[in-house]
Ligand binder design. Structure first.
Ligand SMILES: Cc1ncc(COP(=O)(O)O)c(C=O)c1O
Length: 374
C-alpha cells in the first residue's frame, strides 16, 4: 500500500518547532512531567519511579484499560479496550478491517488518515461534507443516507470535529448510529476531542455505548493535554473486530510504552481536573479571540466551537489564505494552518483555542494583519 504525503503532518514538521508562535494547534496546552506527577497518588508516583522497563501487555496495562472503560457506560469493560498510539488507532482498524473494493463513507474535511488509508487500500471513499450556514457548521444526515450503498462497509465520523469544531446534537448522532445499524456498517468514530465540551450537557454518548459494531478512537492527546505520552485507545464490543485489530497491532507498535502507561493512569485518575483545565483554557482564549475577530470583522468570519479545541476561520479579505499563512510565518513567526492543507477548498484557516500562548501569538498576528491587510 502506497500512501500520499500526509500534508498536515508535513506542514507541522516544517513549522511546529521552528516557528516561534502558532495559532492553529489542535492540542490543549501540554502539561510538563512534574505537573502530571503532581496529580499522582503516592502509590502511583512510587510505581512510576520504580517502573520495570520491559515489554508491556500488548492489549495495554490492565489497570489502564479499566480506567479507560470507566470513562464510559457500564456496558464497556476493559476487555473492549485496546491501547494504541492515537494515530495508530486510525491505521490499525483501517488496515485490519477494510479490503480493496470496499465502499467507505468518511466525514470531510478531516484529519487526512481518516480517509487516506482506506483509499490507499483501494477502497472507494465518498465524502460526507460539512456545510456552513448562518448558525455555523453542520452535517446533513439526509445527505449521509444518500451516500450509503449496498457495498458500503464503513462509516467514518469525528465529533467533536477537526477542523470545524462542529458537534452533532444528540438526536442527530442517534440517527447516524441508527443508520449504521440499519445498514450493518462498521461505525468508526474518532472521539479524540471528546470530554472538553463547553457545556457538558452537549457531550454525546460514545458510539461504542450505542452500537456493538462501532470502533471508537479516544486518547489523551487533545483535551487531556498529554500528546507526548502517545496514549490512545480503541474500543469495540465486537470480539471479532477486536481480534482483527489486536492482530494488526502486532505489525505496528506491538505494545505500549511502560512510562506512558503509568502517566496515562495518573491522567485518567484525574480526568475531570484535566478536562476542566482544557475547557477553562479554551474559554479564556475564546474571550481573547472574540475581541480580536470583532476588531477585524471586515476581514474574517468565525464560528466558535462548542466542544474540542479547534475551529475554522474564513479569511474574507481579498487574499489567498495560503499566501496569507506563508506571510504570517515568514514575517511574524506565527504558524497558521490553511484548511487547504487539509484539502478543504475555500479561504479558511484553522484556529486552535487550547494553547496558553494563544493571546501572545494573536498580538503578533494582529500586527501582521494590520501591516498586510489594512
Ligand atoms: C481527528 C484526529 N484524530 C486523530 C489524531 C491523531 O492524534 P495524535 O496526533 O496524537 O496521534 C488527530 C491529531 O491531530 C486528530 O486531529
Amino acid at each position: 500500500m502506497k500512501l500520499p504525503p500526509f500534508e498536515i503532518e508535513h506542514f507541522f514538521r516544517q513549522h511546529e518547532f521552528s516557528a516561534p508562535h502558532g495559532i492553529s494547534s489542535s492540542d490543549c496546552e501540554p502539561l510538563t512531567l512534574p505537573e502530571i506527577l503532581d496529580y499522582a497518588s503516592p502509590a502511583r508516583r512510587a510505581q512510576f519511579e520504580n517502573l520495570w522497563l520491559g515489554y508491556t501487555e500488548s492489549q495495554g496495562h490492565p489497570e489502564l484499560r479499566r480506567a479507560i472503560a470507566d470513562l464510559h457506560e457500564e456496558s464497556i469493560s476493559a476487555d473492549h479496550v485496546l491501547e494504541v498510539v492515537p494515530e495508530e488507532g486510525i491505521y490499525v482498524p483501517m488496515k485490519a478491517l477494510l479490503n480493496e473494493g470496499d465502499h467507505v463513507i468518511a466525514i470531510f474535511p478531516s484529519f487526512q488518515s481518516l480517509y487516506e488509508i482506506g483509499r490507499g487500500i483501494g477502497c472507494e471513499v465518498s465524502f460526507w461534507r460539512a456545510q456552513c450556514g448562518e448558525r455555523g457548521w453542520s452535517f446533513d444526515i439526509d445527505a449521509l443516507e444518500r451516500l450509503v450503498r449496498a457495498d458500503t462497509k464503513m462509516l467514518i465520523i469525528n465529533f467533536p470535529h477537526n477542523p470545524t469544531g462542529a458537534l452533532l446534537e444528540r438526536a442527530e448522532f442517534e440517527r447516524v448510529v441508527d443508520l449504521a445499524r440499519r445498514h450493518d456498517l462498521i461505525l468508526y468514530s474518532d472521539e479524540i476531542y471528546r470530554f472538553a465540551e463547553q457545556d457538558p450537557a452537549t457531550r454525546l454518548p460514545s458510539a461504542c455505548e450505542l452500537y456493538d459494531r462501532a470502533v471508537v478512537l479516544g486518547g489523551l492527546s487533545k483535551c487531556f493535554g498529554l500528546p507526548g505520552l502517545r496514549v490512545g485507545w480503541l474500543i469495540t464490543r465486537d470480539a471479532g473486530l477486536m481480534r482483527e485489530m489486536q492482530d494488526m497491532k502486532s505489525y505496528t507498535t506491538i505494545c505500549g510504552s511502560a512510562p506512558s502507561e503509568i502517566l496515562a493512569l495518573i491522567a485518567l485518575e484525574n480526568a475531570e481536573a484535566l478536562t476542566a483545565r482544557c475547557v477553562s483554557i479554551v474559554r479564556e482564549n475564546t474571550v481573547v479571540a472574540r475581541s480580536f475577530f470583532e476588531r477585524h470583522d471586515d476581514l474574517f468570519r468565525i464560528h466558535y466551537p462548542g466542544a474540542g479545541t479547534v475551529g475554522l476561520v474564513e479569511l474574507t479579505a481579498d487574499m489567498d489564505v495560503s499566501e496569507f499563512a506563508d506571510g504570517a510565518v515568514r514575517e511574524a513567526g506565527v504558524m497558521v494552518l490553511p484548511a487547504k492543507i487539509m484539502k478543504f477548498e475555500g479561504n479558511y484557516f484553522r484556529i486552535g483555542l487550547g494553547r496558553r500562548t494563544l493571546p501572545g501569538a494573536l498580538e503578533l498576528f494582529e500586527q501582521y494583519v494590520v501591516d498586510t491587510l489594512r
